[in-house]
Design a binder for this molecule. Structure first.
Ligand code: SAM
Ligand code: SF4
Ligand code: SF4
Length: 338
């Protein structure tokens, strides 16, 4: 299929994030606010979504360009029926050495063993607060903290370790509960990653003053549980890492707003209906589904993907503050995959 490819800023293509569905069993206010994604919202019909075979074919083609890591996301990836069949197909592809999932965790007790057996390697579970009232408010009253903790326990029992926890810090919403969550994760062998609240999409009403800067998060936790910075695990790691000075574990912050990392961004995103996006904040994607369904050979699909990556110049987070059109239509997070 050809050698590795680089974009206009010399970044190789290494990771693919696959949004396997636009549906979700939560209505997090910062992602799919319930007043917009209500009973009458029209989610994507099945025929419009890529089949597992179509997704696996794209992964095989991209593996030829150097893609090594796959992350399944959404929407809530576990609401897609028989997701383990997709994992099995991807795990069989030469060159793919990592398959991970990001999930809200609620369906893990039912699903995790089949996913593990199919070849899933890593699990990231989102949990914004241990305070049940705060958590319910954030997820649109769809689930209790205990359901997520049960999901975490199920993943631990299935042998996943270490498990990462994603937590979006929002000022005035959950920032008074950050230290509690850090303590809980440390005590339970979980690697917590706080994510700065981002201006993805256009529907969540994002405001800069709701962002809790990563530095402040680290200062607040460090004041109670002393921390020391540590080196990234690999080039392009998005989290800044810290270890607890007493050796009891590590924590990270993903400073997408205050300390952007576009320079090492090697990610491509695939939407449920088969469009690829070169940036989380992209305005427009490139469609692959019609090409796939037209009977095109792998070379034609590879050419389109190569063309998109080689033309890529995205560095939205680095230039955010100098942009004047922040109101431009961006694609929503649950659609493009977080
Ligand atoms: N439903 C799954 C979940 O919540 O883990 C996977 C999809 S979700 C879009 C992926 C991640 O994006 C979650 O950890 C979520 O908290 C995060 N996220 C969603 N909207 C965000 C925003 N506006 N800023 C920062 N992170 C966000
Ligand atoms: Fe669903 Fe995840 Fe978005 Fe929350 S963040 S609404 S769980 S897709
Ligand atoms: Fe990558 Fe775009 Fe995020 Fe920069 S803003 S790190 S290019 S996804």
């Amino acid at each position: 299929m050809g050698p590795n490819i680089t974009d206009t800023l010399h970044r190789p293509l290494r990771d693919l994030r696959i949004s396997v569905t636009d549906r979700c069993n939560f209505r997090c206010r910062y992602c799919m606010p319930a007043e917009i994604y209500g009973e009458h919202y029209r989610f994507m019909p099945k025929a419009e979504m890529l089949s597992f075979e179509e997704i696996a074919r794209l992964v095989r083609i991209m593996a030829g360009f150097g893609v090594e890591k796959i992350r399944l996301t959404g929407g809530e990836p576990l609401v897609r029926q028989q997701l383990e069949k997709l994992v099995e197909q991807i795990a069989a592809i030469d060159g793919i050495d990592d398959i991970a999932i990001t999930t809200n965790g609620v369906l893990l007790p039912q699903k995790i063993q089949a996913l593990k057996d199919a070849g899933l390697k890593r699990v990231t579970i989102s949990l914004d607060s241990l305070d049940n009232d705060v958590f319910r408010r954030m997820n649109g009253e769809r689930a209790d903290v205990q359901q997520v903790l049960d999901g975490i326990a199920a993943a631990q029992q299935a042998g996943f370790a270490p498990i990462k926890i994603n937590s979006v810090a929002q000022r005035g919403v959950n920032d008074h509960t950050l230290v509690d969550l850090a303590r809980y994760c440390r005590d339970n062998g979980l690697i917590l990653r706080f994510i700065e609240y981002m201006d993805v999409g256009t529907l969540n009403g994002w405001k800069l003053d709701q962002v809790v800067p990563a530095r402040e998060i680290i200062e607040r936790i460090g004041a109670e549980i002393p921390l020391e910075p540590i080196e990234p695990n690999y080039r392009g790691e998005v989290a800044s890492r810290y270890r607890y000075a007493d050796g009891s574990g590590e924590i990270g912050v993903i400073a997408s707003v205050t300390q952007p990392f576009c320079g090492t961004c090697t990610r491509l995103r695939l939407t449920p209906e088969g469009n690829i996006y070169t940036c989380l904040f992209a305005v427009q994607g490139t469609e692959l589904r019609d090409l796939l369904r037209s009977g095109a050979p792998d070379e034609a699909i590879a050419d389109r993907i190569r063309g998109v990556w080689q033309a890529r110049a995205d560095r939205y987070s680095e230039i955010r503050s100098s942009l004047t059109d922040l109101e431009r239509p961006k694609v929503e997070m649950y659609h493009i995959g977080g």
